[in-house]
Design a protein around this ligand. Structure first.
Ligand SMILES: C[S@@+](CC[C@H](N)C(=O)[O-])C[C@H]1O[C@@H](n2cnc3c(N)ncnc32)[C@H](O)[C@@H]1O
Length: 209
C-alpha cells in the first residue's frame, strides 16, 4: 500500500481504506475463482494496482467523465481507477462471466457506487464514453475497430478523449497506422524495474457526435 501512496500522496482516508481492502478481497476471491495468477496476487499493488494507475499519470480524468474498461478480466485497470476517481463513472466489460463475478464481489465489497459491469463482448456495447481504457486485450487495429464509434465528446473539457491502453514491448509496427498516438514510458512516472518495458498508449479519437 505504501507503494501506491508513494506515487499518489493525496489519497483521502476513504481511498486508502479501499486500496487496503482490495488486497484481502482479491486474496479471498482468488482462492475460489482464479482470476489473478499466484505470483501476481503476491505483488498485487505493483503488477495490477500501480500499473493500472499509470493511466492517471498520463490522463487525469475530469470529474464526471464516463469511462469504459474493455476486457477488464479481474478488474484491471478499471477497479483501481474507480477508487482513484470516485466522481467518474466506470463501465467494466468482459466476455467471460466468471471473471466478472469476482469483479462484482470486489466492487460490492468496496462499496464502489461508480462502477457497473456487463458480461458481453465489447462489440455489442452501444454506448458512448469520454475514454476507453484497457490492458492486454487485443492488438491495436482490432481494438480500435471494436471501440471506434463508442467515444464521444460528452464533456466540454480539454482532455483529448480517446483510448488509453496499457501495453508492453515494441509498439512501432502495431501503431504505424495511428499517427496521432502518443506512447508514454511508465518509467517516466514510476522507478520500479517491473515497468521497464511497459507503456501507456494514448490514442485520441474522432468524436461520434
Ligand atoms: C489477458 S486478459 C486481461 C484482463 C485485464 N485487462 C488485465 O489486464 O488484468 C484479456 C481479457 O479480455 C477479455 N476479452 C477479450 N476479447 C474481448 C471482447 N471482444 N469483449 C470483451 N472482453 C474481451 C477476455 O475475456 C479477458 O478477460
Amino acid at each position: 500500500m505504501e507503494l501506491i501512496q508513494k506515487y499518489f500522496p493525496n489519497l483521502t482516508d476513504d481511498q486508502i481504506e479501499k486500496f487496503k481492502k482490495l488486497e484481502s478481497l482479491y486474496q479471498d476471491w482468488n482462492l475460489k475463482i482464479n482470476v489473478v495468477s499466484r505470483k501476481d496476487i503476491d505483488e498485487l499493488y505493483l503488477r495490477h494496482v500501480l500499473h493500472s494507475l499509470a493511466i492517471a499519470k498520463v490522463m487525469p480524468f475530469n470529474s464526471g467523465a464516463k469511462i469504459m474498461d474493455v476486457g477488464t478480466g479481474g478488474g484491471f485497470p478499471g477497479v483501481p481507477l474507480a477508487i482513484l476517481y470516485p466522481d467518474c463513472s466506470f463501465h467494466l466489460v468482459d466476455s467471460i462471466a466468471k471473471k466478472l463475478k469476482v469483479v462484482n464481489e470486489v466492487v460490492d465489497g468496496l462499496g464502489l457506487t461508480n462502477v457497473k459491469t456487463t458480461h458481453t463482448r465489447v462489440e455489442e456495447i452501444n454506448e458512448t464514453y469520454d475514454f476507453i481504457v484497457s490492458r492486454a486485450v487485443a492488438a491495436m487495429p482490432t481494438f480500435v475497430h471494436w471501440v471506434k464509434g463508442k467515444i464521444a465528446k460528452r464533456q466540454n473539457h480539454e482532455l483529448k478523449n480517446g483510448i488509453l491502453y496499457l501495453k508492453g514491448g515494441d509498439l512501432s509496427e502495431e501503431l504505424q497506422d495511428y499517427k496521432s498516438a502518443t506512447i508514454y514510458n511508465i518509467t517516466d512516472f514510476y522507478s520500479e524495474d517491473f515497468f521497464d518495458t511497459k507503456k501507456v498508449v494514448h490514442l485520441p479519437m474522432k468524436f461520434k457526435g
